[in-house]
Design a protein around this ligand. Sequence first.
Ligand SMILES: C=CC1=C(C)c2cc3[nH]c(cc4nc(cc5[nH]c(cc1n2)c(C)c5CCC(=O)O)C(CCC(=O)O)=C4C)c(C)c3C=C
Ligand SMILES: [Fe+2]
Ligand SMILES: [Fe+2]
Length: 390
Amino acid sequence: MHTMFLHNRSLCKLACNAANFATSNIRYSSQKAKTAILMLNMGGPQHTDQVHDYLLRIMTDRDMIQLPVQSRLGPWIAQRRTPEVQKKYKEIGGGSPILKWTELQGRLMCEQLDKLSPTTAPHKHYVGFRYVTPLTEDTLAQIESDQPERVVLFSQYPQYSCATSGSSFNSIFTHYRNNTLPENIKWSIIDRWGTHPLLIKTFAQRIREELAKFVETKRNDVVILFTAHSLPLKAVSRGDPYPSEIGASVHMVMQELGQSNPYSLAWQSKVGPLPWLAPATDDAIKGYVKQGLKNFILVPIAFVNEHIETLHELDIEYCDELAKEVGVEEIRRAAAPNDHPLFINALSSIVADHLKSEQPVNPKFLMRCPMCTNNRCRESKKWYQQLCAH
Ligand SMILES: C=CC1=C(C)c2cc3[nH]c(cc4nc(cc5[nH]c(cc1n2)c(C)c5CCC(=O)O)C(CCC(=O)O)=C4C)c(C)c3C=C
Ligand SMILES: [Fe+2]
Ligand SMILES: [Fe+2]
């Protein structure tokens, strides 16, 4: 794990059903929180009428994607893509479960943190999404009014990408460039944790849960196919650390499993015609079937809760439709970490260790990565260059 310290600066559908629980009306204790944990993520539309604005924010975020004449092309793509994406959300129950899972994870994490770290208690979690409510900027205002002593900016993407964690941190930097920084709050960042032992154990456990469902005679030959959201090759060439951090997570999970099965890594959810990381997950499934390998477990390795790409792309498009089309024998999908007890332990132990060891920082120093903004940003600072490694 790397935490950032800034010096003075079908079978497959089971998981879907598991997400249908009510956590949206969580009540917080009236006790004033000493430590705020801001859980940062992209978010997903809760209702189909949020899809357009969600896509618009994604397509106009230059940390996420750089398009020619983006201020015009971005809105055009968002508009065009809206009906197709709305249809997918309808097919998974009307919206993304990201908020529900994050709220539950945050609440359970803070319950544990109060015990693990009594000197920084009480802890309270907040959710800051980049592209849909609760938007990070609004949550920052809420945190300010609650006046905690300390805020931990905790990226919920285990592996760092300039397009994801980088974009969230940059939005906080931009916010405090334009707004007065509240006095007397200490800030710190957890920016990546893709090899944390408890995260690795969680993924391994999710895979074992699915392996156990194969008949014993087949079990050792099942292909464990790790799958992560793809990234444009342009971003990879700029040195985005995401592909290597995903590779590190995959390596650690297989080590935890004792290299029990054949495995590989593929990339899903490419957007648009330009080249992205390959092989695509559907091509990998087709390729293995041609080689005579017809049993799979798909493992979404880059996201900690269910979302449209697990519930639609993996469960419906690949485990259901593609599997039938190409002659797969048996295919299962490992659940995302969600509320697995090991995963909640991972979250609380990552934050508790961070609170013990890290010094406060000032988000004024959350500097933009120059490459993330096409070299147009003049505010780069050493630590951010280190963070983004280019
Ligand atoms: C436009 C370019 C995109 C890049 C680059 C990109 C990188 C990236 N995304 C994730 C994780 C997720 N993305 C999700 C949805 C999503 N992503 C893009 C575009 C890019 N992502 C779009 C347009 C969308 C919306 C859905 C769609 O139009 O298909 C999601 C799903 C959230 C949900 O609604 O449940 C996740 C998760 C990562 C990790 C990443 C790069 C490292
Ligand atoms: Fe994406
Ligand atoms: Fe970057």
